[in-house]
Design a protein around this ligand. Structure first.
Ligand code: SF4
Length: 455
């Protein structure tokens, strides 16, 4: 664990605004940690802070626009003496960094976030501090200062693939994995701070450790966590690229009770010709073998995938194959995006673009089919008792206008932010597990009543 000596009096403050994916959130937490270690105070409200750091997203056109508009908003509304820092993926895209609003004071790419201390320090005329040995955001563990009931841990950054539609390899570069001991240490710290669920993320989780010379990296990592952090209640993995190592990963999940029976495997499409054009794995037999192995090995396994409609050249027949695949495989959760042409990608110049309205119609058709599948799955859960991690308290209004408290949480079936939720009648302890019996299942969410708080 790294200890950094405070070098300045507290008083100056920062606020980090995170846009984009869970991986960005992890970098934001890393930046907050480094600034806290350096003696700065964190403010929840950007308007209360001396420095606002916007951790931008550059993945799709809409995300880039949101990032630029957010920065512009902070520049326009800044308090006297307030500084604005643009961090994250957008500055890593050279073309788009030119679009950054003129009033941005400092820029830090996603590959440099661990330099945030000196970047902010330089705004106040502070001398740079010696770089921590090996501190590149992946090979150093950080002391976490706060942790929610659920916490993301980034186990690698960058991607060695070259999917035809994706800008990530350009933004992030090749994969670099965090050493297993550092991952384990980070999880130990988070559990000590009260986290009940750890979600492992990276661009390509299944390839974890390949750059460290590990053969079955993710399976070995699961075993290490299982052995060395036995008091972790839930371990979840996201972003599983379909390849044969997934079979070994599934076996590793089955070896440890802490692993939730949940597989998130973005497939993008199910027609081999489209997958080939996407420069993605096109062996559908292997994909089906993986899905079958998950169903046969993990009790009540929950399957999630992500798809793209309207990829250049996608024909009616190719789309029909995708619909049949969704119908046949009955995933529990499906995310669908329409194709977005991204400058600098292989697909950007491809012939036969699919009209936007056709891509949208196809997206809607998948969503409609999936809603009926999800509804059926969720209704089958009625009467079943699930362990639910309570994350917040809200309010619900009945048909008579009567307002009552409701607890909001997730079961093993729901990854944070992307899947549905479990709504439990009444106020339950936030950050704790409860046993709750489902009385209604809808397309996305479950409604339940509590049986017991689990000690
Ligand atoms: S696996 Fe493909 S889609 Fe995922 S980050 Fe890498 S290049 Fe992008």
């Amino acid at each position: 664990m790294t200890t950094v000596t405070r070098t300045r009096d507290a008083g100056r403050s920062f606020s980090v605004v995170t846009l984009g994916c869970a991986k960005n959130r992890v970098d934001s937490e890393g930046m907050s940690t480094l600034l806290l270690e350096r003696g700065y105070d964190e403010r929840e409200e950007p308007s209360d802070a001396d420095v606002v750091i916007v951790n931008t997203c550059g993945f799709l056109g809409a995300a880039r626009t949101e990032s630029i508009e957010t920065l512009q908003g902070f520049v326009d509304q800044r308090n006297p003496g307030q500084y604005i820092v643009a961090a994250g993926c957008l500055p890593a895209l050279r073309d788009y960094s030119l679009d950054l609003p003129a009033g941005v004071d400092k820029v830090l790419t996603t590959r440099e976030w661990f330099r945030i201390g000196d970047t902010v320090g330089s705004l106040f005329g502070e001398a740079p501090q010696p770089q921590l040995a090996g501190c590149d955001g992946l090979t150093t563990t950080f002391t976490h200062h706060h942790a929610g009931p659920s916490a993301y841990v980034k186990i690698a950054d960058g991607c060695d693939h070259a999917c035809a539609f994706c800008t990530i390899p350009t933004i992030k570069g090749r994969q670099a994995s965090k050493r297993p001991l550092h991952v384990v240490q980070e999880i130990v710290d988070l559990v000590a701070l009260g986290s009940k669920e750890i979600v492992l993320v990276s661009q390509d989780t299944i390839r974890y450790g390949a750059d460290l010379g590990m053969k079955n990296g993710v399976a070995d990592l699961i075993d290490m966590i299982g052995e060395q952090v036995p008091n972790l209640p839930w371990l979840r993995l996201l972003y599983i690229y379909p390849n044969p190592i997934v079979l070994k990963m599934i076996d590793a999940l089955a070896r440890h009770d802490m692993c939730v029976n949940y597989i998130d495997m973005p497939l993008q499409h199910a027609h081999p010709a489209v997958l080939k054009r996407m420069l993605r794995p096109s062996n559908l037999e292997l994909t089906k073998r993986i899905l079958d192995h998950a169903r046969n090995t993990l009790d009540d396994v929950v399957l999630r995938t992500t798809l793209i409609t309207g990829f250049p050249g996608e024909t009616d027949e190719e789309f029909e194959t995708l619909m049949e695949f969704i119908d046949e495989q009955e995933f529990d959760h499906v995310g669908v995006f329409t194709y977005s042409p991204e400058p600098g990608t292989v697909a950007f110049d491809m012939a036969d673009p699919v009209p936007a309205e056709v891509a949208e119609e196809r997206r809607n058709a998948i969503m409609e089919l999936q809603q009926s599948i999800s509804l059926e799955h969720n209704q089958k859960l009625e009467g079943r008792t699930l362990k639910v991690l309570v994350e917040s308290i809200g309010e619900v209004e009945d048909e008579n206008g009567q307002v009552s408290p409701v607890s909001v949480g997730r079961a093993y079936r729901h990854a944070p932010e992307v899947d549905g939720l479990v709504f439990i009648d009444g106020e339950q302890p936030v950050g704790e597990f409860v046993d709750a019996t489902v009385y209604a299942g809808t397309e996305y969410d479950l409604w339940a009543r509590v049986d017991a708080v689990i000690a």
